[in-house]
Design a protein around this ligand. Structure first.
Ligand SMILES: [Zn+2]
Length: 302
């Protein structure tokens, strides 16, 4: 594959919130290249897994930046019948983390030379979105996968589950195992948006078909002003986005305690220690016998 894009391009990751035609259409447009590279450093994915995970992270970030509360989060699970197994991604504001089940699984390129993301995920399965809004019950939406190519699957989620038909393009450009560029766009007409505008948006969606290449070396501002020329694009907000885990030792202590006291006691007797690895950042934390006994003592006291 001839690749004119330099791996040295380091434009910052950011999410742009844009409105068209005085609020008739909402657009989210982002570059997630650095986040994808961070993810790749953690999970050492195959090229196809890198592309799949990048797309899922970008789609999840679009959901999470639309949620405004500090304690709100969204968990996206993609579970298809392909070698990927289950991929879980959590977004919290402008932060995202991801846990792929089989990041090393690989597939040959498709006949058109593209990475076979749909084959890796599987063409049948489910995309589940759980929004924790800090209320008693989370909001849960689930759709059957449209293709396993992720962009179409998120589009189906918005249309079927949220009743907001949307155009979604997600892409990652991977070369020799490295993410050169990653990004995405969501175009969401508000209720009452005239059909003529929707037709215009569909025509312009051709511009997004190679989105990862577009965002590689062009500023997002130059791109959206060109793509939405004549539709009064207005930038409402710009924020950085990042792949970052929020795990902690105290969170792992809670996980140990949730095993139950009997099981914890058994663990101390049999193993004399516990080594816990976070599925999202692969960081391992060691709990010594003394620390586990202390934990058990405090739990018994409470
Ligand atoms: Zn972690």
């Amino acid at each position: 594959m001839n690749d004119p894009v330099s791996p040295l391009i380091n434009l910052p990751d950011e999410m742009l919130h844009i409105s068209l035609l005085d609020g008739l259409v909402r657009v989210l447009f982002c570059r997630t290249t650095q986040a994808s590279r961070t993810m790749a450093d953690i999970h050492l994915p195959s090229p196809v897994a890198l592309a799949a995970c990048s797309r899922i992270m970008t789609g999840t970030l679009m959901l999470s930046v639309m949620m405004k509360g500090d304690n709100e989060s969204v968990t996206v699970t993609v579970a298809g019948n392909g070698p990927a197994g289950k991929i879980t991604c959590v977004g919290n504001g402008n932060r995202v983390k991801i846990s792929p089940e089989n990041p090393q699984a690989d597939l040959p390129l498709k006949t058109d030379g593209h990475l076979d993301v749909g084959g890796y995920i599987g063409h049948t399965g489910r995309l589940t979105v759980i929004k924790d809004l800090g209320l008693k019950e989370p909001y849960i939406g689930q759709v059957a996968l449209a293709s396993g190519e992720i962009g179409e699957d998120f589009a189906r989620y918005y249309t079927v589950s949220e009743q907001k038909p949307s155009l979604v393009a997600l892409g990652a450009l991977v070369h020799e195992g490295t993410c050169l560029s990653s990004g995405g766009i969501l175009v969401q007409p508000m209720p009452g948006c005239p059909d003529s505008v929707i037709e215009q948006l569909e025509i312009r969606s051709m511009f997004f078909s190679a989105i990862s290449r577009e965002v590689a070396d062009m500023s997002l501002d130059d791109l959206y002003t060109r793509w939405f020329d004549g539709l009064d694009p207005v930038l409402l907000e710009r924020e950085p986005v990042v792949c970052q885990c929020d795990c902690s030792r105290s969170r792992m202590e809670r996980a140990l305690l949730s095993m139950g006291k009997t099981e914890l006691k058994q663990l101390i007797e049999e193993d004399g220690k516990a080594e816990l690895t976070c599925h999202f950042c692969r960081k391992t934390r060691l709990f010594t016998r003394e620390q586990l006994e202390e934990l058990l003592k405090n739990a018994t006291r409470s």
